[in-house]
Design a protein around this ligand. Structure first.
Ligand code: ADP
Ligand code: MG
Length: 404
């Protein structure tokens, strides 16, 4: 089957294999299924081992008995997977088995699972890690778009991490191949990641439709979420959240943003632009200074050379002493960057959440205790865990009760 798949890929034919009752048997003869790695609406993904080689894979087992449309949907997903194949940041489809009741898609295994779970385990990502992940996500999306495909469901649940914590974009269930300048109109994706133009297309008759730019918007939502742990447009009432999206209403006002530098904020501002025509392109995003910046480190050798230059008129002994003092000073200055801010007892008592160190501890504890509440899909419960201001409606009821 693998050979057949590869031959088909070479021929660039559409995948339209007819139902084959023995396919399930064929799958079980070749692979040994193990534990469940994840679940979708009509699919279960299991780790499996190829019996002959002992190599591990992930098998997406799709139950076709519930829904007639899932056969076409899965075939469409397979076709798209073939179109976007052959990139280091895109999941690789290894094997396909199709019976009348089940489809088995065998993928390379991503041992570190979803970016979503990784984020939940660490609460937030540093700028450096965000840069590492987002560069790969942008490069992966750039490749998908270059093949004329729009993903439409980019989110941390659909970004997997391999053994080396490298990105693999997966789940092309909503992806579409676009013909020329074709525009799309259907509402699909995950609420918190939907682009304003997707929502507008479904609300206003004269809205033009949407295209590749929806993936760029989703990248903005992902990048924001990675840096501070909660999504940008979240609101307990979903209608308000959707309105916030359409108006591009989000802010960098939560305490976490105080410690984040200007360049990621600038990139997010350019990604989360309501008008898709004004939104930054992927090429521009990859050229943005956020991806160019390297932490400045002054090498010891360069420092000594600089000292040599400045002290060329002194005697050797003095020169050496000066060099040592200069290097010591430079090392101290460099270390300052990593020195935690001084703790004020007063601030710690009145507003502990303002202090980065305590905030990390508070969020870490909240995630350890309530992490299982974090629901996949909308990131809503995730945001609730970050809420540290009293809910005004509850406060209102509380005050009303007090006055009784
Ligand atoms: P669905 O279309 O049903 O959402 P996905 O393709 O997104 O299915 O897979 C569901 C989940 O299964 C993923 O979110 C992930 O947790 C897990 N999963 C999928 N593919 C792999 C893989 N190749 N390696 C490891 N885990 C995977
Ligand atoms: Mg998925």
């Amino acid at each position: 089957m693998t050979v057949k798949l590869r031959e088909n890929m070479a021929k660039e034919e559409e995948y339209d294999k007819l139902p084959d009752k023995d396919a399930a048997k064929e799958f079980y003869a070749k692979y040994e299924p193990k534990e469940i790695l994840g679940r979708g609406i009509s699919s279960t993904v299991r780790r499996c081992i190829e019996k002959e080689t002992g190599i591990e894979y992930a098998a997406k087992i799709i139950d076709l008995s519930n829904d007639d449309s899932s056969v076409d949907a899965t075939r469409q997903e397979i076709n798209i997977l073939r179109v976007v194949a052959g990139h280091p940041y895109i999941i690789e489809l290894q094997d396909i088995f199709e019976s009348s009741t089940f489809m088995f898609l065998v993928f390379e295994l991503c041992k570190h699972g979803e970016l979503f779970d990784y984020l939940t385990s660490v609460v937030t990502l540093s700028e450096k890690k965000t840069r590492y992940i987002m560069r790969q996500v942008f490069e992966g999306v750039q490749h998908i778009h270059s093949r004329g495909v729009v993903h439409r469901d980019l989110k941390p649940e659909n970004i997997l991490l391999d053994d080396n914590l490298n990105v693999k974009i997966t789940d092309f269930g909503f992806a579409r191949k676009l013909e020329g300048s074709e525009l799309l109109h259907d509402l699909c994706g995950t609420p918190g990641y939907l682009a304003p133009e997707t929502l507008k297309t479904n609300m206003f008759e004269d809205a033009p439709g949407y295209s590749y730019e929806v993936d760029i918007w989703a990248c903005g939502v992902i990048m924001y979420t990675l840096l501070v742990g909660c999504p940008p447009f979240w609101h307990r009432k979903q209608m308000v959240m959707l309105r916030n999206i359409m108006e591009g209403k989000y802010s960098f006002s939560s305490p976490e943003w105080a410690d984040i530098s200007e360049s990621p904020k600038d990139l997010i501002r350019k990604l989360l632009v309501v008008d898709p025509k004004q939104r930054i392109t992927i090429d521009e995003a990859l050229r943005h200074e956020f991806f160019q910046s390297v932490i400045p480190t002054i090498g010891l050798e360069e420092t000594i050379n600089a000292v040599k230059l400045h002290t060329s008129g002194f005697d050797a002994r003095r020169k050496f002493k000066m060099a040592i003092l200069f290097v010591r000073a430079m090392v101290r200055i460099q270390r300052l960057r990593f020195t935690p801010e001084p703790l004020s007892l007063e601030a710690a008592r009145c507003d502990p959440y303002r202090i980065k160190l305590l905030r990390k501890i508070v969020d870490g504890c909240a995630f350890r205790v309530y992490g299982h509440w974090v629901k996949k899909g909308e990131g809503q419960n995730r945001a609730a865990l970050f809420e540290n201001s009293p809910k005004t409606d509850l406060k209102h009821i509380y005050l009303a009760n007090l006055s009784l």
